[in-house]
Design a protein around this ligand. Structure first.
Ligand SMILES: Nc1nc2c(ncn2[C@@H]2O[C@H](COP(=O)(O)OP(=O)(O)O)[C@@H](O)[C@H]2O)c(=O)[nH]1
Ligand SMILES: [Mg+2]
Length: 220
């Protein structure tokens, strides 16, 4: 049964709430990741495949942000995650306060990795830290290689970008370099992981990045 939290209050004291979330997850030794992208770039599909690969060994929780519906929470729950749905009822991003409420609905003592799937949007989530350890962008190759330059704030605030749907590059007549060059032009430091959540290509590097993050968290 999926618990749904409605997001009502917006934006006051976001930084304090983010810091509280950060501390809470640190105390519980959880490695946490905020997944951001435009709608349809593949966040939930990436989470589904990640769950298939990791749930046998790790306890994974997902805070699902959506404007309406519980569809994505149902998708990840079906793959073995514990899921909490936040419906923002029109708002275009999550905030740290509502994520803090969602953390209260999860058993943090029994969680290794926590994902937040943010609302699909390339502008609004950028300014609202949720208190996760890492922020990750997903860029589907179908969106076009001009998106990093059009929406640089998102790409500047993330440490990793998953370039997803690389199985479609031949169909689109594009090269991976079109995307890596565009991403690097706005953030030279960002780690780029080309993947296909459909075929699984490149996903091992993503799983390893998650495992390394969890190990680092446990060694703190
Ligand atoms: N060809 C292809 N399609 C994908 C891939 N990843 C996701 N999709 C499709 O893209 C659509 C949107 O995916 P979804 O995970 O719901 O995107 P979200 O809105 O970012 O959560 C779905 O039809 C997926 O099947 C991929 O790697 N390759
Ligand atoms: Mg989704």
């Amino acid at each position: 049964m999926i618990k749904v939290t409605l997001m009502k209050k917006v934006l006051e004291g976001n930084e304090d709430a983010a810091e509280a979330n950060r501390q809470r997850m640190k105390d519980a030794r959880i490695f946490s990741v905020d997944m951001m992208s435009s709608p349809g770039s593949g966040k939930t599909t990436i989470l589904e495949r990640t769950l298939d690969a990791l749930v046998a060994d790790l306890n994974i929780a997902v805070v699902q942000g959506d404007v309406y519906t519980t569809r994505d929470a149902e998708r990840v729950e079906a793959r073995g995650a514990r899921a909490v749905q936040i419906n923002t009822e029109g708002a275009c991003h999550l905030d740290a306060t509502v994520v803090g409420e969602a953390l209260g609905d999860l058993d943090l003592s029994d969680t290794d990795i926590l994902f937040v799937e943010n609302v699909g949007n390339l502008i609004c989530p950028a300014g609202f830290e949720l208190g996760t350890d890492q922020r990750v962008m997903v860029l589907g190759v179908t969106e076009g290689s001009d998106k990093p330059e059009k929406y640089p704030a998102m790409f500047r605030r993330c440490s990793v970008v998953l370039v997803n749907k690389i199985d479609l590059l031949p169909v689109l007549g594009m090269d991976l370099a079109d995307f890596t060059d565009a991403i690097r032009s706005v953030n030279p430091e960002i780690e780029i992981l080309p993947v296909s959540a459909l075929t699984g290509e490149g996903m091992e590097a993503w799983y390893q990045w998650l495992k390394d993050g969890l190990i680092a968290r446990r060694e703190e």
